[in-house]
Design a protein around this ligand. Structure first.
Ligand code: COA
Length: 173
């Protein structure tokens, strides 16, 4: 086994911790974001968002062999009056399907309940099956569609589904 895959296995087995993100986490969060999206956000952009009073950030970390914690996932939410939207959600591809995305979303939903937010919206690419499965599991339903919303480098585009979950009726997490 290579050192890199040994390291990944160590991190996969380590307990997952979800923390509120602060601007000092921006470098680590930009690193995770870049693993998941072609149009990455740099650390300055993420730090600026985390300084915005209407943005709530969460970072998922797993402990490493030397007692340090490595950022493996992020969730950014923005509130406007009594509603909120998901700005971004990403998990390091080497550490997917281990419950990290679900735990990040649950932490976000708990915070929104606490803040008396009534609904959470998001946009997701119509073909993004992992994200769609996660959001449906959390009670999101489709409320709209934006054709041609995502432009791709090869000149094609794809559809965004607009999804919403009602936080006034869902079970408290
Ligand atoms: C979407 C994403 C955040 C999910 O993160 P994750 O940590 O792998 O998700 P989890 O392990 O918490 O999965 C929770 C549940 O979501 C569903 N799910 C997640 N990935 C799935 C997949 N590849 N296929 C089918 N269902 C999936 C399952 O119901 C899963 O529960 P289960 O493992 O008990 O079956 C991750 O795939 C990712 O970062 N994708 C790239 C970025 C992205 O698309 N972000 C969303 C933009 S809107």
């Amino acid at each position: 086994m290579s050192l890199a895959s040994w390291w990944d296995r160590m991190v996969q087995r380590a307990p997952l911790v979800i923390d509120t993100a602060v601007p000092d986490d921006a470098d680590a969060l930009a690193g995770v974001h870049a693993t998941s999206f072609a149009h990455d956000w740099n650390a300055e952009e993420i730090a600026a968002l985390l300084r915005d009073g209407n943005v709530i950030g969460f970072v998922a970390r797993r402990a490493t062999a030397f007692g340090r914690r490595r950022a493996v996932g992020l969730l950014l939410l923005r509130t406007a009056a009594d509603e909120a939207e998901v700005l971004t959600l990403a998990v390091d591809p080497r550490l997917r399907r281990l419950g990290c995305g679900l735990k990040l979303m649950e932490a976000g939903l708990r915070r929104l309940y606490r803040d008396r937010i009534t609904a959470l919206f998001l946009e997701v690419e119509a073909g993004n099956q992992p994200a769609l499965a996660l959001y449906r599991r959390l009670g999101f339903t489709q409320v709209g569609e934006r054709r041609g919303y995502y432009g791709h480098p090869d000149g094609t585009s794809s559809t965004a589904l607009v999804m919403r979950v009602d936080l006034t009726r869902s079970k408290r997490r």
